[in-house]
Design a protein around this ligand. Sequence first.
Ligand code: G3P
Ligand code: MG
Length: 236
Amino acid sequence: MLVFAHRGASGYAPENTLAAMDKAIELGAKAIELDVHCVEGELVVFHDRRLEGKSTGHGLIHLSTQADLTQMTVGGQPIPSLWDVLARINTIAQGHCTVNIELKGVGCVAPFVAMYPKVRDELGFSTQQLLISSFNHLYLAQIKQQLPQAVIAPLLGGIPTDLAKVVSDLHAYSLHLDVAFINQAIVDDAHQRGAKVYVYTVDNAEDINTLKAIGVDGIFSNYPDKAMAAAALPVS
Ligand code: G3P
Ligand code: MG
């Protein structure tokens, strides 16, 4: 079972910061999930659509500026660019980490499409090491159209009425489902369609055991070390 460090090792360090990525790799994570918004055409790693709450800033992130962002912190850490985070992960993990880039914000597609070939050519990520997810399936369709080789993962907040359409429309590699809605039938359905099933957000060992028992391929956890230890245990 693949364990993604959710927003980096966000149980141990401020989420979506370089410190959270460093911690995830230190703990042995083989996969990391992070969230992306667009600010003045540049992709930045941050979860919420609003800055207050998680950062020292205020207002909608897509209406802020790069200059504004340099003044803000998250748990004392800077808000990093996607490029800097990917460069850091691949340097520290020496090419052995998959990254799930979750596109959340306004205007993410064009900058992502422009950045993608450079991430592979200049940073050395393989196509399979870059898993692109979003709740915004239109984003994913637009990306797949422009980057046919990109590995695409629709995020689902619930169970769709037509899973076949979701998988085939987007040529999905994996489906990212909320732990609140997961069940055996949808795991089997996804697998029959050739898609893996990754479930968010799971920190509880009993949940991990249950998900393993129904054939879930991977999970997102804020405590990747504990999740990896639980995932390695035999199914009870
Ligand atoms: O990508 C899995 C999970 O991160 C989706 O929800 O809100 O934590 O980004 P959220
Ligand atoms: Mg996310």
